[in-house]
Design a protein around this ligand. Structure first.
Ligand code: ADP
Length: 591
């Protein structure tokens, strides 16, 4: 465009210049012709004047002298010629060697007029030839000045166009650079809008406004995206279960803290790895088989009923639930594995089934004994003497007591665990509790040749207790101490005040319990499974003690034990004031 404009303006200037030149030349020629006519007319008048009254013989010379003087002083005149009224040449400078010979371009003739009484009369003609040298020099000068003017014009316009083009290109380049930066994400980039024309300044200002708006839009959308991402991550992280998000190629995209803790891995060990390669305790791919099964199941089926399975990892049993993951458009993009620690539940299930088998066994033994002895007495009672019959009845009575205790334990267990049951308390001296328990357990202790040592702090205050349940709790500790002690050892029963509590404790010199098992002995159904503990039981006793003491008396159970050396099991019960204080606190917490 610029080049075309430049060429066009050049041609226009050239054309205008040529037209001006032609018109100047034309006018010059006309002027020159008038100039010739004026000269010839004035020469005619002069000639008439200078020859008036002269004899014919001198006219020639006079005109010649006049013509020579004119030709010598006027280079523009090529020749002068005088003719008489009959058109005969009087004088012609063309044939006069005294006159400079010049070629004529324009010929002009004027009549020589004489005025007398008879009026005006033509006495001859004057012809002059004009060389045209003035016109030549004038037209040369005109052309030269026109060319110079044209060049100046052309150069001025050209330089203006080129300067403008360079400036426009520079501004366009700046704008192009700015747009490129914006498109590459450099939102907020600004162009210096101080220089340049008004239009460019406005264009740059509009660009800067757009850049600012893009930046703030970008910031706000990035901010809201970050907010959403953070929210999502916070939710994922705060989920109590482990969550692993995988893409359709089984690569781990996201994993929350709980999942890392459950699988005992760090970010580096699991993120962006293939989940199928994760191994369980036994070095077997924990998820591979199930993920294959998941992938072979139709997605619709899988969405309705996610795949569930258990894996053993780091001494934990984890339940894994795999569910497919879709975009809003419905496109399948991967799956989510939720991990739940079910170690306790699995352990509880195991304990519960063991409890059932223990209870069955515990029940069968006394029932069998009772049946055998009652059958024997019924069928052959007469054959036995009184003492033997009494012995049989004594054995049967012991089994009935065992049965009764066990059934009571089972009944108390469900009763005490229920939140609806509230044990009535009365102010009692724990000394009575200790004495009753010791006297009840005496026979059992004697059978094993155990020695009872009872230490009761004098003047213990009465405290609010449910007498029956506390007797059964202490009884449980004492019977355990007898059960798990070797023959000829000592069992100590202690009752003392400690701060706002009365402490009851039973110490034996029995098998003892490992530190790990000490943490679990008060759990329901828990029994220590090792060779030392061949004694049968239900695993309910200590749990009942715990509920009785902690739930119903706001007390606390404790155990101190060392394997092979013995154990101290006990509990502390709050005094009346302390109990009131604890109950108030509990009420306040509930509100
Ligand atoms: P049970 O005695 O019927 O098995 P308990 O709840 O009374 O159930 O006891 C739980 C477990 O705690 C017992 O199986 C036993 O292994 C352990 N235990 C309880 N008391 C003692 C003790 N005094 N010495 C050693 N082990 C004990």
């Amino acid at each position: 465009m610029i080049i075309i404009g430049f060429i066009f303006s050049t041609l226009l200037i050239a054309l205008v210049s040529l037209l001006a030149l032609f018109s100047i030349n034309d006018n010059l020629n006309k002027c020159y012709k008038y100039f010739g006519e004026i000269i010839s007319k004035s020469l005619a008048i002069e000639s008439v004047e200078i020859t008036r009254g002269l004899p014919k013989s001198t006219v020639h010379n006079t005109l010649r002298t006049h013509a020579i003087s004119i030709l010598k002083t006027n280079e523009d005149i090529a020749f002068i010629e005088f003719r008489d009224e009959n058109d005969n040449i009087i004088y012609s400078s063309k044939t006069d060697k005294m006159c400079p010979q010049r070629s004529a371009r324009i010929n002009v003739a004027s009549s020589m007029l004489s005025y007398d009484a008879g009026g005006q009369k033509i006495v001859g003609t004057v012809s002059i030839g004009l060389t045209g040298s003035v016109i030549d020099s004038i037209s040369f000068m005109t052309r030269l000045s026109l060319i110079i003017a044209f060049l100046i014009c052309w150069l001025t316009i050209g330089s203006i166009i080129i300067t403008n083009a360079i400036l426009a290109m520079r501004e366009l380049n700046l704008l192009y650079d700015g747009v490129k930066r914006l498109s590459s994400g450099e939102f907020g980039y600004k162009l210096d809008s101080k220089d340049g024309s008004r239009v460019v300044r406005e264009l740059y200002k509009a660009f800067n406004d757009m850049s600012d708006k893009l930046r703030s839009y970008n910031e706000s959308s990035v901010e809201s995206l970050m907010l959403e991402k953070n929210k999502f991550e916070a939710i994922l992280m705060s989920i109590a279960n482990g969550v692993i998000v995988c893409d359709s190629n089984d690569n781990v995209l996201l994993v929350n803290e709980h999942a890392k803790h459950l699988l005992d891995v760090t970010d580096n060990e699991i993120l962006r790895t293939n989940i199928r390669q994760y191994c369980d305790n036994n070095g077997i791919d924990a998820f591979k088989e199930k993920i294959d099964e998941f992938k072979n199941t139709p997605i619709v089926e899988m969405s309705d009923k996610p795949l569930e399975f258990n894996i053993d990892v780091s001494e934990k049993i984890l339940k894994a639930v795999i569910s497919p993951m879709f975009l809003q458009s419905g496109e399948y993009v991967g799956y989510i594995i939720v991990l739940i620690d079910v170690t306790k539940e699995v352990e509880m299930d195991r304990l519960r089934s063991q409890f059932v088998s223990n209870v069955s066994h515990e029940l069968r033994t006394p029932v069998t004994v009772l049946r055998t002895y009652s059958d024997t007495l019924a069928n052959m009672g007469d054959e036995f003497d009184y003492n033997t019959q009494k012995e049989f009845l004594g054995i049967m009575n012991k089994e009935i007591i065992r049965l009764n205790d066990m059934v009571n334990d089972i009944l108390d267990f469900s009763r005490y665990e229920a939140n609806t049951v509230k044990l009535e308390k009365e102010m009692r001296d724990v000394t009575e509790v200790v004495q009753e328990c010791v006297s009840r357990a005496k026979i059992l202790a004697e059978e094993k040749h155990l020695q009872f040592v009872v230490m009761i702090e004098p003047n213990l205050p009465e405290i609010p207790i449910n007498y029956e349940s506390i007797v059964r709790a202490l009884m449980n500790l004492i019977t355990n101490a007898i059960k798990y002690s070797d023959e000829n050892t000592i069992v100590k029963v202690r009752a003392e005040k400690f701060s706002d509590y009365i402490v009851l404790a039973v110490t034996d010199q029995g098998t003892g319990i490992s530190e790990e098992n000490q943490k679990k002995v008060f759990d329901r159904f828990f029994r220590v499974e090792n060779s030392a503990h061949t004694v049968k039981g239900t695993g309910l006793g200590l749990h009942l003690v715990k509920i009785t003491v902690e739930k119903h008396h706001k007390g606390e159970v404790f155990v101190q034990s060392k394997l092979g050396e013995g154990s101290t099991f006990g509990f502390k019960l709050p005094t009346a004031e302390k109990l009131a204080e604890l109950e108030n606190m509990e009420d306040a917490n509930l509100v």
